[in-house]
Design a protein around this ligand. Structure first.
Ligand code: FES
Ligand SMILES: [Fe+2]
Length: 374
């Protein structure tokens, strides 16, 4: 199938703005670990598309996503990355004070202000939790997160709810690495859609998952031969640089998956790996047409992490070395994307790229204007 996908999609500032508006500001975005805001009043500041959002723990089990902009004269309420607001959020400019729900509760000389002042609550965004992550959606009419991820999970794993079995809510971040890559987010994401490059680029990962030498990785599309996961190499006990497991198998992982690697891409920008002893989450945050922040987290069971001999380094090193190889290749593509000769040819191993592009184009075609919810 031929789809319209000009190389300017990787270089144009204008196209980048369109993607922010129609993809990242209208879909559910995985933005933080729920445990980062465990205490009441605690917050983290995150970017969603072009917006700054405060995730605030209002009460046990309740999170609010508040747009980081005062309803008086528009000042950013908060410039810190994280902290604790206590019981309320006070704008440092003129002192308007908002509850953790975003309601205006006090303003200097309130008695002298017109009655409608009291209605100037903070703008809010949709928020939900899944896999121990906080997901935000700026679209007030958004369908539930399940509608975004459910079909992709079923397409990939059929009736087997692989993500559900790894107990991600309970897991803790043992290691985080953030990469700043000078390449468009789609070049990076498309790289992870295929494993045709694996035999050439990734000797380390092919050592641990020998089936990837076929050019079909575990996310090689619904009809890929490894749809049901990839087996660890003989002699390997874990998905790590040395081939050794870092911890015991996670409690919910069945015997049948004791030596299996599962992976899935959740449009638009999340990549998850499920390994018997841990889970890895990689998300791609667009920064500019040719710049992407990649946040990678390795999640382990708290009990494993309590072991004084525990270390996530060996497991993290395998993904780290592989990701650096990937990013180097992606930067090569980015460098060429401005050429008038730039064009592509896809092998059968790369069919998931086309599926991803179709989804992107579908989002870009949704033109109606959206208004933020109050
Ligand atoms: S801008 Fe926030 S109180 Fe004036
Ligand atoms: Fe790769």
């Amino acid at each position: 199938m031929t789809i319209n996908w000009p190389p300017t999609y990787y270089t144009s500032e204008q196209h980048f703005t369109l993607e922010q508006e129609r993809i990242f500001e209208r879909s559910w975005q995985c933005v933080a670990r729920s445990s980062e805001i465990a205490e009441v009043g605690s917050f983290v500041r995150v970017n969603v598309g072009r917006e700054s959002v405060l995730l605030v723990r209002k009460a046990a089990g309740e999170i609010r996503a508040l747009i980081n902009l005062c309803r008086h004269r528009g000042a950013r309420l908060c410039l810190e990355d994280k902290g604790n607001f206590g019981g309320s959020i006070r704008c440092p400019y003129h002192g308007w004070t908002f509850s953790l729900d975003g309601h205006l509760t006090a303003a200097p000389f309130m008695r002298d202000l017109p009655p409608e002042t009291k209605e100037r609550h903070l703008f809010t965004a949709g928020v939900t939790e899944w896999l121990g992550y906080v997901w935000v959606n700026l679209d007030p009419d958004a369908a539930p997160l399940e509608d975004q991820v459910g079909p992709l999970i079923r397409e990939r794993f059929g009736d087997d709810d692989v993500p559900g079995k790894y107990g991600c809510d309970e897991l803790r971040v043992a290691k985080e690495v953030v990469y700043e890559v000078p390449a468009n987010w789609k070049i990076l994401y498309e790289n992870f859609c295929e494993c045709y490059h694996c035999p050439t680029m990734h000797p380390e990962i092919c050592q641990i998952l020998p089936s990837w030498r076929t050019g079909y990785g575990t996310v090689s599309g619904p009809e890929g031969p490894l749809k049901r996961g990839s087996a660890l190499a003989e002699g390997a006990t874990g998905f790590s640089l040395s081939g050794k497991a870092a911890a015991a198998r996670l409690p919910g992982v069945p015997e049948g998956d004791a030596r299996t690697f599962h992976g899935i891409l959740l449009w638009p920008n999340v990549h998850l790996m499920f390994i018997p002893d841990h889970v890895m989450c990689m998300r791609f945050e667009p920064v500019g047409p040719d710049r992407t922040k990649v946040v990678t987290q390795w999640l382990f069971h708290p009990e494993a992490m309590n072991d004084p001999d525990f270390s996530p380094e060996d497991a993290a090193a395998l993904v780290d070395v592989t990701a650096r190889e990937d990013f180097e290749a992606c930067v090569r593509v980015q460098k060429a994307a401005g050429s008038r000769y730039f064009e592509e040819f896809h092998t059968p191993h790369e069919s998931l790229i086309v599926t991803f592009r179709e989804w992107v184009l579908e989002q870009l075609e949704k033109k109606e204007e959206k208004v933020l919810a109050i």
